[in-house]
Design a protein around this ligand. Structure first.
Ligand code: H79
Length: 611
């Protein structure tokens, strides 16, 4: 019986409705390929259990792929010829016979390999997990496998269990260890080895393939899952071969989960993958997440887990002459683009046969790490941003927070966001330690306008954080058209200024820090020009502060005069503003200078319609 995700998650009677909804969403978005990934598991699991299992992975957002094996020895060149294609496919692409390829094992002696260094390189980049090739298509194993001698201990001069050393280093540095494992095997006689010179021949089968699965593939997976501590992910690949079937995929999925119930398995365990887009075609295939390869889906889908895997140059396994590196800026923006769509980024390195991650990769990872050090809050634990398209960049979100990732900095110093000013409590630059607040306003089209520095603080991606207001107070316009903004309704930003009342006071007082400012939000239905009147008090000797009053994106300047005492309030007209569209607006008062000990006691601002 085929079990769908809906059936696992919800009572049976709801199943049809949910499927209809899912289908409706697909039709709306017109991306039928991006179907729900399903864990068709013999282990019953409800939504809460699945969410719990996927939690660390969803929060991690950024991982390191490591393609390492014998192919790093030829490094893209065979018998003096540069072989086109991805480096780890050289055995297939150069038609190398098994016995010839095996000889690379004797040359594989990566004495410069340092597991600690690799893991630190990943961690310093901001990566939370590592997926290393326990075995790639060529069949060579990076650990001491009991079912073969074609491994690091028995076939090479190196004789160190690479996976063991990595598992120790990962544990030490708090990185999740994960294994990539190829189902396809060009070395095993019961798998694709006899297909030489066409190991990847999609039309051929091996009559002994099930023997390979039973006596070799599954025992190896058991070794990997039982001997290296808790693993994050089993990442299968090479599932497209004709011999591999969906029932075998389900069986392997359950084999893995039965050995470590909390492990996560990619969708290439089964036959659901739709080409390199990597997502699962329908609701009926094994695997926990989709695996777009070398591409970023045009949009994400709510509730669908996926991870884009990608190379930094044009190969996964090391090729000595591939210098076509993506820039650090490009890679970082890809990470942000992916996070903004709700996916993970699995970024590849292909170490050399000496055991070193190429310097070009190390440099790019370091640059990404520098940005992550200041901005990772906008990546980890975020979900897809609210906006599908933003003209200047991307957006990620967390409860109560929106992270605006600005790639193209607005030269006018005003960042426009297609949302209501009313929904936002405050804004600041994530990388600025003091988190000083940015002015917020609305434009005539109802866009939020964030006043930002004129020069981009970060050329690659400046993150502006919007904190969302819990409850929005919007002051209504009175029937006669006036808008009265009282001190007690103001949102006060800053350290000292606050509302005070009693003893003749009903005002914003203690305004002794000129960086403090106040904002009201108000509604206008009756449009037109308004006189702006400010009611304030200021003790003799403290006068002279100048301030900017912004209302509906117009700016007025005011100067506080002495009124005799802190409770002797006077009303002054400081100018006029014109509001031509009904809507919700801001009015803020921000000091420019404060020659005395305080700015003023501010009682109210009134907009009086000019009839
Ligand atoms: O390990 C790296 C590569 O060696 C391996 N996957 C990454 C993570 C890989 N990349 N490309 N390929 C394998 C080439 C496979 C291409 C195809 Fe197909 C296999 C074309 C047809 C069969 C997969 C299944 C893509 C379309 C259908």
């Amino acid at each position: 019986m085929k079990t769908t995700l809906s059936q696992i998650y919800e009572p049976v009677q709801k199943c049809k409705l949910r499927l209809t909804l899912v289908v409706a969403v697909f039709c709306l978005l017109a991306i039928p390929a991006y179907a729900q990934i399903t864990a068709k598991s013999a282990l019953p699991e409800d939504k809460e259990q699945r969410d719990e299992r996927m939690k660390w992975w969803r929060e991690a957002r950024f991982g390191m792929f490591i393609h390492w094996g014998l192919y790093s020895v030829p490094a893209g060149t065979y018998k003096g010829k540069q072989i086109p294609g991805i480096g780890e496919w050289i055995m297939e692409n150069a038609d190398i016979p098994v016995v010839e390829y095996e000889k690379f094992a004797k040359q594989f002696n990566p004495v410069k390999f340092n597991a600690d260094q690799w893991v630190q390189t990943a961690r310093n980049a901001g990566m939370k997990y590592i997926v290393i090739t326990s075995k790639h298509h060529d069949g060579f194993c990076l650990w001491d496998s009991k079912v073969t001698n074609y491994d690091i201990m028995d076939a090479t001069p190196f004789k160190r269990d690479i996976l063991k050393e990595l598992s120790v280093a990962c544990k030490k540095h708090g990185i999740r260890l994960c294994f990539y494992h190829s189902i396809m095997d060009w070395h095993h006689p019961d798998a694709q080895a006899p297909f030489h010179p066409n190991y990847n021949d999609g039309s051929r089968t091996n009559p002994n393939f099930s023997r390979y699965v039973k006596n070799y593939l599954k025992p190896q997976i058991k070794e990997l899952i039982t001997n290296y501590g808790p693993l994050g992910v089993m990442w299968f690949d090479g599932e497209w071969i004709k011999d591999w079937t969906e029932p075998q995929g389900v069986d392997l999925y359950n084999h893995v989960r039965s050995l470590q119930p909390n492990i996560i398995v990619n969708n290439r365990v089964g036959k659901g993958r739709k080409s390199m887009q990597g997502m699962t075609r329908e609701n009926y295939f094994a695997g926990d997440f989709g695996t777009p390869e070398q591409e970023i889906p045009p949009t994400g889908l709510p509730g669908v887990d996926w991870e884009t895997c990608m190379t930094m140059n044009d190969t996964w396994g090391f090729k000595s002459y591939d210098h076509n590196w993506k820039s650090a800026e490009d890679l970082l923006r890809k990470l942000v683009d992916i996070a903004g769509k709700g996916g993970n980024f699995l970024l590849n390195v292909g170490p050399t046969s000496e055991g070193l991650i190429p310097q070009a990769s190390v440099e790019r990872l370091a640059a990404m790490g520098q940005w992550m050090e200041r901005n990772s809050e906008s990546i980890y634990g975020t979900t897809a941003g609210l906006f599908e398209k933003l003209p200047w960049g991307r957006c990620t979100t967390k409860p109560g927070k929106l992270y605006l990732h600005v790639f193209d900095w607005p030269t006018a110093g005003e960042l426009k966001v297609p949302m209501s000013r009313n929904d936002v409590q405050k804004a600041y630059l994530l990388a600025h330690k003091d988190r000083s607040e940015l002015l917020l306003d609305s434009d005539d089209n109802g866009n939020l306008v964030v006043t930002v520095p004129r020069k981009a603080p970060d050329m690659i991606d400046t993150v502006v954080v919007l904190e969302m207001e819990a409850e929005a107070v919007v002051i209504p316009q009175a029937k006669d058209g006036t808008v009265v903004l009282k001190a007690q309704d103001a949102i006060v930003h800053g350290t000292n200024a606050r509302y005070e009342s009693g003893g003749g006071k009903d005002n914003i007082g203690y305004w002794t820090n000129p960086d403090d400012y106040v904002i009201w939000r108000f509604n206008v239905i009756e449009t037109g020009p308004f006189n702006v009147e400010v009611t304030f008090a200021c003790a003799t000797g403290s006068g002279g502060s100048e301030y900017i009053l912004s209302a509906a994106r117009q700016k007025l300047t005011g100067k506080v005069k002495n009124t005799g005492s802190w409770t002797n309030f006077v009303t002054e007209k400081i100018g006029t503003v014109k509001i031509s569209k009904p809507g919700t607006y801001n009015l803020s008062i921000k000091p420019e200078t404060m020659p005395g000990g305080a700015v003023m006691n501010l009682k109210s601002v009134t907009l009086v319609p000019i009839k």
